[in-house]
Ligand binder design. Structure first.
Ligand code: AMP
Length: 119
């Protein structure tokens, strides 16, 4: 599968559609999910063109991978999730139910997450 530059997150990165930005740096953007499943529900994406967690883990540069993980900690603090915790989900490919083909991590919190996956 090749990267589709017209996916919705690519459009967000190009500023073609709006987003509620939580955090941004040279490599990473985080914005609130448009259909939140929890009191806190945001999405962390790399600015590079990566299809999935698998693609990102295999092919992103060390700088991009480090930036992504450092951003998670900053976003957790911004969203006030440091004390009570949160759930991080990366739906991946067909069986994972990934709908947007640009790697993203869901951050869900603000109350006790259900036992099963939240989507
Ligand atoms: P996934 O099923 O893991 O690919 O999740 C895609 C997520 O993107 C869903 O939770 C959608 O609600 C969210 N989403 C889709 N379009 C937008 C948008 N324009 N702004 C913010 N979140 C979006």
């Amino acid at each position: 599968m090749t990267y589709d530059p017209n996916n919705i997150f690519a459009k967000i990165l190009r500023g073609e559609i709006p987003n509620n930005t939580v955090y941004e740096d040279d490599h990473v953007l985080c914005f609130d999910d448009i259909t939140p499943q929890m009191p806190v529900h945001c999405l962390i994406i790399p600015k590079g063109q990566y299809l999935s967690l698998t693609d990102f883990s295999a092919t992103a540069s060390d700088d991009e991978i480090i930036a992504f993980h450092r951003a998670i900690a900053k976003i957790i603090k911004i969203k006030g999730l440091s004390d009570d915790g949160y759930r991080a989900i990366c739906n991946t490919d067909i069986d994972g139910g990934q709908e947007v083909p640009h790697f993203h991590m869901h951050i869900l919190g603000g109350e006790l997450c259900p036992k099963m996956i939240v989507r």
